[in-house]
Ligand binder design. Structure first.
Ligand code: PLP
Length: 382
């Protein structure tokens, strides 16, 4: 079965819901038992609101089908999913090795929270796996990946990392948000955990906060238990909206891909552009690895442009008609923000010449976005 079909049919149960096509929103804390036998056994899937309701389980089943996972756990944000997964897989005395281009708030978890509980972290350069090999210690329990990496989009040789990790019995986990679980299948490559900020592409409409943790057999029980111990479930309305978003994920991802590539190719030709950070461009350094491991590219990428000063940057971004100035991405609407990726890194610290930008290409007509960018570059020059 193809993803398009899985995304439409997984998690549906109409004839247990009066024929209703989508599993409704269950708002629940208390789940009543009909009698004492049932109350004492607690052997049903739905036992208490915090552990999930049919609304949650329907969404879990869609992501399970999408990521080909043994189990999927749903958390209240992408960052919540990341911290739950790391806490589930590591204990005091363990060491985590994380990619240096990781989504920067994850560094707070790794550098500020985990040391309090005796877990230490080192970083590796995703473009130089010798730094990964050198960083491994006898205590390394988990390698944390993100590919393409945040803001600069370097692509990691994931099969090589899995190979190194498996030989040493180290677990691997990846932030799979950029690919939406659609263009990359980490669990089929031997990665143990694939986390997504469902806030982004799965939600798709910039109106929810949600995270998913897709696990293989090695990790499913540990992650489900930690989720239950910590007790931070997602709200039912956000889960319902994510379920609705997931139904159209495939068509949206294809459109994001087409429009983003058209804009990236246009950007390459513009005189004020120093480089375009898009893995599907043949000249991008990680392109060959991306082509081997991914089935497509989403709508988020970067570029580095000449920028005389902050006033020029302000003139450019303040005057945009369609491209909004705001965090997050993966929604139907386009965004453009300046970034400073090298401020958040410990190994890849060389700032590039020029201003780095991140663009989220939404579902508008790409020619309208190109016109918006072209006018912005005129303001930048002026
Ligand atoms: C790559 C990546 N992972 C995780 C997250 C965190 O997701 P959330 O905002 O849902 O906590 C983000 C948010 O921007 C992100 O860009």
């Amino acid at each position: 079965m193809k993803d398009e079909t899985r995304l439409v049919h997984a998690g549906r149960d109409p004839f247990n819901h009066h024929g209703v096509v989508s599993v409704p929103v269950y708002h629940a804390s208390t789940i009543l038992s009909p009698d004492l036998d049932d109350f004492e056994k607690r052997d049903r899937r739905v036992i208490y609101g915090r552990n999930g309701t049919p609304t949650t389980f329907a969404f879990e089943d869609i992501v399970k089908a999408l990521e080909q996972a043994e189990d999927v756990i749903v958390c209240g944000s992408g960052l919540g999913a990341i911290s739950t997964a790391i806490l589930a897989l590591c204990k005091a005395g363990d060491h985590v090795l994380a990619t240096d281009n990781v989504y920067s708030p994850v560094r707070n978890v790794l550098d500020k929270v985990l040391p309090r509980y005796g877990i230490t972290t080192g970083y590796f350069d995703p473009t130089d796996l010798a730094t990964l090999e050198d960083g491994i210690t006898p205590q390394t329990r988990l390698i944390w990946l993100e590919s393409p990496g945040s803001q600069t989009f370097e692509v990691t040789d994931l099969p090589a990392v899995v190979d190194m990790a498996r030989k040493r019995d180290i677990l691997t986990a990846i932030d799979n948000t950029w690919a939406g679980g659609y263009f990359l299948k980490p669990l089929t490559m031997g990665i143990d955990v694939s986390v997504q900020a469902a806030t982004k592409y799965i939600g798709g409409h910039s109106d929810i906060m949600l995270g998913t943790i897709s696990c293989n057999q090695r990790t499913a029980e540990a992650v489900r238990s930690m989720f239950n111990y910590l007790g931070n479930p997602a709200g039912p309305d956000d889960v319902f909206l994510a379920t609705r978003g997931a139904r159209t994920l495939a068509v949206r991802m294809e459109r994001h891909q087409q429009s983003a590539l058209k804009i990236a190719e246009w950007l390459v030709e513009q005189p004020c552009i120093r480089s375009v950070l898009h893995p599907a461009l043949p000249l991008f350094p990680g392109h060959d690895i991306w082509k081997r491991d991914f089935t497509g590219a989403s709508g988020l990428f970067g570029f580095i442009m000449d920028c005389p000063n902050r006033d020029a940057l302000a003139a450019m971004v303040n005057g945009m008609e369609h491209l909004g100035l705001g965090y997050s991405w993966g929604g139907f609407e386009s965004l453009l923000i300046p970034t400073n990726p090298h401020q958040h890194r410990t190994l890849m610290t060389d700032p590039p010449d020029g201003q780095t930008m991140r663009i989220n290409v939404g579902l508008e007509d790409p020619d309208d976005l190109i016109a918006d960018l072209a006018a912005g570059f005129e303001r930048l020059k002026a």
